[in-house]
Design a protein around this ligand. Structure first.
Ligand SMILES: [Zn+2]
Length: 326
C-alpha cells in the first residue's frame, strides 16, 4: 500500500472561479504604489562574499564534521589544506513541510519509500528529533520546485518534515488545517536556527513547500507560525508592519482594478520577482490564485482564500522592498 504524505497529498479540485471581463478601455489616473527598489548589489559572485574556509580548524569548512575526502590506493591526500576562497555550501535553502500523516506512518513513509527528508519532528513532547538523511546528501522532499533563480531545490536544500495532520476538506472543498503544538514549534525552531546559522542560509531561502511548489502544495499550511520564527528566532522573512500599513493606506485610495490585464500582469511579475514560479498571463488563472493562496499561507495566514485584497498586496510590496531580488 502506498501511503499518502505531503509529497503526494493533492487538494480537491475547486470549481473554476469566473474570470472578470477585462475593461480595456479604462485607464488608471494614477499608477499603483510600487515599492522602492534599492540599487542592485555588485555582480560579485555570492561565494566570494564570505570566506567559509577556515585553515585554523584544519577542516576547510565551518560546518560540523563534514570532512569527506578520497583515500586513493598508494597515494596520500594532504591534510595540510589549501582552502580555496571560491567555495560555498551546497545547502542554501531550508524547506519546511508537514507530513499529513501520524508519527508512525510519517516515519515509515519517509524511510521506506521514495520520499525522504533530512529531519523529522514528531508530535512527542520530549527532546528528540530524528535525522533520516545526512545533511551532505540529497533528500527527496521538494519535488519539482523553484524559488527566484533556483530550481530543483532538493539539490541545494535541507528538508524538515513536521508531523501534522495537514488538512481535511469538506464537500465544497473548504480546507480545515491543524495547529502545531508549542513544544513541536520550539523543536522545529531550534533545529532551523542551528541549520540556518551553520550554513548561513539567507532569510529569503527559508521557505515552505507551498512557496517553492505553489500550484501543488499547501504545507506547512497557515498554522505554521512563520512570524514567530522571525520574531523569536530571527529566521526567515517577515515584513515591517509600519511599511505594510503605509502601503495599505495608499492602496485604499488607489482603485485596485483587478480586471485590468495590465494590472494583473504587473502583479504576476511582482509575485515572480519575489520568488514564486508564476507566468505573467494577464489573467486570474488557476496558477495565479494558487500562488496568492500559497503567499497568504506564509504571510497572511488569517485569511488564505486566494483572493488579492489590499492587505495581501501591501504585504507583498513591503516584502519586495525589504528583500529585493538580486
Ligand atoms: Zn511537503
Amino acid at each position: 500500500m502506498v501511503l499518502a504524505s505531503c509529497a503526494t497529498q493533492t487538494p480537491k479540485t475547486k470549481a473554476p472561479v469566473p474570470q472578470p471581463k477585462p475593461k480595456v478601455e479604462k485607464v488608471h489616473p494614477t499608477a499603483p504604489p510600487v515599492a522602492k527598489q534599492p540599487a542592485p548589489n555588485s555582480a560579485k559572485p555570492e561565494y566570494y562574499n564570505v570566506n567559509i574556509a577556515d585553515a585554523a580548524k584544519n577542516d576547510n569548512t565551518i560546518s560540523y564534521g563534514s570532512l569527506v575526502a578520497a583515500n586513493p590506493q598508494g597515494y596520500v591526500i594532504s591534510r595540510t589544506y589549501f582552502p580555496a576562497i571560491g567555495q560555498n555550501f551546497r545547502q542554501r535553502y531550508l524547506i519546511l513541510h508537514y507530513t499529513a500523516l501520524d508519527d508512525d506512518k510519517s516515519l515509515t513513509v519517509l524511510t521506506q519509500q521514495s520520499v525522504s527528508a533530512h529531519y523529522l519532528v514528531g508530535t512527542q513532547d520530549d527532546n528528540e528529533i530524528y535525522q533520516l538523511v545526512d545533511e551532505n546528501k540529497r533528500a527527496y522532499h521538494a519535488g519539482i520546485s523553484s524559488w527566484r533563480k533556483d530550481a530543483q531545490l532538493n539539490d541545494t536544500s535541507i528538508g524538515i518534515e513536521i508531523v501534522n495532520r495537514g488538512y481535511t476538506a469538506d464537500a465544497a472543498g473548504n480546507r480545515t488545517f491543524y495547529a502545531y503544538p508549542e513544544h513541536q514549534f520550539r523543536k522545529v525552531a531550534a533545529l532551523a536556527k542551528d541549520i540556518v546559522t551553520r550554513y548561513m542560509i539567507p532569510p529569503t531561502n527559508v521557505l515552505g513547500h507551498s512557496d517553492v511548489a505553489p500550484t501543488r502544495k499547501q504545507d506547512p499550511g497557515p498554522f505554521f507560525p512563520w512570524k514567530r520564527l522571525y520574531d523569536e528566532y530571527g529566521i526567515g522573512m517577515w515584513y515591517d508592519d509600519d511599511v505594510k500599513t503605509q502601503l495599505q493606506e495608499q492602496l485604499l485610495n488607489f482603485d485596485l482594478d483587478k480586471t485590468q490585464p495590465t494590472f494583473i500582469t504587473n502583479f504576476q511579475q511582482q509575485l515572480a520577482s519575489f520568488g514564486y514560479d508564476l507566468r505573467s498571463t494577464g489573467l486570474w488563472d488557476t496558477p495565479t490564485r494558487k500562488t496568492i493562496e500559497a503567499f497568504q499561507y506564509h504571510f497572511r495566514p488569517q485569511l488564505a482564500d486566494g483572493n488579492l485584497d489590499a492587505e495581501t498586496y501591501a504585504i507583498l510590496l513591503a516584502l519586495l522592498q525589504k528583500y529585493p531580488a538580486k
